[in-house]
Design a protein around this ligand. Structure first.
Ligand code: CO
Length: 134
């Protein structure tokens, strides 16, 4: 069911420092910061030949990554995103298998303008999984 790895998202306490690290030390193709108020994050997209890295930093109050950074003050991998062809069919299959879909269970429009869902980390070896309809 799952296809390509779409991105790995890393929550960071200092977005400029993390972007500079990827650009200057690792030599990656690093984009400009983008505010995404609907998702409570500022994102820097890093384009790699086979996938993307997203650096996430809290934006505004009640950011969904604020608690994560409190627990992981140096930053850390927040989630990984796999592509699926049909997000509703994927959700129905997961629910049937007993996995928990976070939130209302309805796909939301994610950072790339495509429908996404998040799956409970306890059901997937401690990793928050995002599914994105490719
Ligand atoms: Co993501």
């Amino acid at each position: 069911m799952i296809g390509r790895l779409n991105h790995v998202a890393i929550a960071v306490p200092d977005l400029a420092a993390a972007a500079a690290l990827y650009r200057d030390t690792l030599g990656a193709d690093v984009g400009a910061p983008q505010d995404e108020p609907e998702h409570g994050v500022t994102v820097v997209f890093i384009t790699l030949p086979n996938t993307k890295i997203e650096l996430l930093h809290p934006l505004g109050e009640n950011s969904p990554i604020a608690g994560f950074l409190e627990k992981n003050p140096a930053g850390g991998i927040h989630h990984i995103c796999y592509e699926v062809e049909d997000i509703r069919a994927a959700r129905d299959r997961l629910l049937e298998k007993g996995a928990r879909v976070l939130g209302s269970g309805q796909p939301k429009i994610g950072a790339h303008g495509k429908p996404v869902l998040f799956l409970h980390p306890r059901d997937f070896t401690g990793t928050l999984i995002e599914l994105e309809q490719a």
